[in-house]
Design a protein around this ligand. Sequence first.
Ligand SMILES: [Zn+2]
Ligand SMILES: [Zn+2]
Length: 393
Amino acid sequence: MASEASTGNGARIERQERLPARTEVDEVAPGIGRIQLPIMIPGLGHVNCYLLEDERGVALIDPGMPDPSTNQALVERLASIGIRPEQVHTVIVTHSHPDHFGGAGRLKVEHGCDVVAHRRFHTPFDPRDPLSPEADDLLELEAASDLISDGDAPDDLAAPRGRNERLERVLFGDGPIPEIPPQPTPWGEEGFRPGPGELEAMRAWDDLSKHGLLRLDPTIRVDDLDVIALGGREWQVLHTPGHTGDHICLLDPADGTFLSGDHVLPTITPHISGMTGSVDSLAEFVAALQRVSALSGVSKVLPAHGLPFDDLAGRVDDIIGHHVERLAEIERLGADLGDATVRQYSQRLFRERSWGPMAESETYAHLEHLRIDGRMSRRIDADGLARFRPSSG
Ligand SMILES: [Zn+2]
Ligand SMILES: [Zn+2]
């Protein structure tokens, strides 16, 4: 997922990320295919699923949403180039958004492929806290159970807990669809929850799709600077938090091919979440942008949405510039608003059609960045809401 950029001058730019999914499979770099899959996320027209072929079969990067029609599109596009889904030996997931990880669970269950993701990979519907001390124990337990599993009982189908259990009841239950309570946020407002229409559509999915949305346990968890050999290339893993805490990019230093996921997109700025669990996700994001910008020899960027591009450093400059402008805009708003909630800032910062939890989450990330920088102060009022004002005001 990604949010639309504000151009700052009101100009409308044609966003490549909105283009509808092509049905053709294109070779976008030597030996790298691109399958475009449809998604139903506002502001986006497709997700790019990259395909790497080697002597073992194929690896896919980000196999799209978990719903049956996306899977059908994937199978058809693979068939158009003579590949059967059982030839998929590995799925790499760049981060924990459903348009990226969603299709992985089905491929894992149906074809026994490996699923590779960052060691902190954690879907929004998984009740386990990846930052809690016991999370590592859980991961170790899972690793142990994987070793003794015969492969017939996929661990994605294991009994869920907490929030997962609630969504599972909604998805799998009979009768009218009950309300899902909003996710609490650190700033006191209501967080994201699927709407009744979305829940209705998801309930019509088959069970594998529903499980694929709820939870995904990677078989291989990678960390920064690990190397994965796929498609006849040696990919270096770069942990690039900010858009999510578990985002990874992949670099082939041999020819400078860079799979950027949602970290760097060609014409929209990725959504920066205030819910990653990080103290300052904007600072983390900017640091991760500067890091990839400084990589030497990057010749081609293959993003998860939009078209390939060459100038990684130039695009990073634009994205950082956008956030610098946003920070200045928030300070100007603060001078006008005085003590104001995240929602109030957000509704001044974003156009009305973008209002909602995602805009608020991004606004919160910016406000917290300014607070940590000493430029804003925050207080939590009796109503539980955080209110921010400029430090000098
Ligand atoms: Zn995305
Ligand atoms: Zn995303």
